[in-house]
Ligand binder design. Structure first.
Ligand code: FPP
Length: 246
């Protein structure tokens, strides 16, 4: 049996198809600033293109059968950037959430926001909660990490768990993370030639495969996703055990 089948006929639906071994793919978006600088443009321009790439890649992942996509769109550290840049990123995110709310029934995606939303405007935070609630019954999932940091997430989960008096187990701990109820990522892709997790899903990435590409995020195309998927299927995941071949 082929590891993944190819559907050459449908360009809109993509070429690779995935199975249950690749249910969840996560992206660390990187390279928006460099993409803009290489064109002599302000960094904000790279973020606008990055938002287009985000829509394109999320759509493509759905087309090839990936059930869960998680993106690291804005970290707790990103606030230290110049105000003009932060304002542009936040307004792109706000516009995206607004659009997602309007296109809810068309897209049929369940949205979850990972991170502390209390720092955003009350209107934006309310929109995020509304979108989560209104989309909770859909099967395909999109998790967007905003004002997210994995260490802070872990500390928050530990505090909640301690306060709850529940027995401390891996399962009870995971149920207090922002990703509660969501399977861990099978594959984490980072763009723009950086090779680190940068405080992203540190608990959830315990057995994730990691894939790094030099492609800058605004340049990400379906073909780049295909390459990451092909690379994933060429690997042997043992989860700490052994297989027939070793
Ligand atoms: C990484 O590039 C990008 C970000 C930190 C932030 C913002 C992401 C977007 C605007 C795209 C997602 C949009 C939506 C609507 C969800 P960088 O600026 O760190 O790149 P650099 O390392 O080249 O400077």
């Amino acid at each position: 049996m082929a590891l993944f089948s190819r559907n050459e006929k449908s360009s809109s639906e993509g070429r690779v198809k995935v199975d249950d071994r690749l249910r969840h793919i996560a992206f660390i978006l990187d390279g928006n600033g460099r993409w803009a600088r290489r064109r002599g443009m302000p960094r904000e321009f790279g973020h606008s293109e990055g938002a287009q790439a985000f829509k394109r890649i999320v759509r493509y992942c759905g087309d090839i059968g990936i059930k869960i996509v998680t993106v690291y769109a804005f970290s707790t550290e990103n606030w230290s950037r110049p105000k003009k840049e932060v304002d542009r990123i936040v307004s792109l995110l706000d516009e995206y959430i607004d659009g997602a709310e309007r296109e809810l029934t068309e897209n049929e995606i369940r949205y979850t926001f990972l991170g502390d939303r209390s720092v955003f405007s009350p209107e934006m935070a309310a929109r995020m909660t509304r979108l989560e609630e209104a989309s909770a019954h859909y099967e395909k999932r999109l998790n967007i990490a905003l004002n997210y940091g994995s260490r802070a997430e872990i500390v928050r989960a530990a505090a909640e768990l301690a306060a709850s008096g529940e027995p401390i187990t891996e399962e009870s701990f995971a149920s207090h993370l922002y990703t509660a109820g969501c399977p861990d990522p099978d594959l984490i892709v980072r763009t723009a030639n950086e090779r680190r997790l940068s405080n992203f899903l540190l608990w959830q990435a315990a057995y994730s495969e990691l894939y790094f590409t030099p492609t800058l995020w605004p340049d990400m195309q379906p073909e780049d996703v295909d390459r990451a998927v092909e690379d994933f299927y060429a690997r042997e995941r043992r989860f700490g055990g052994v297989t027939d071949s070793n």
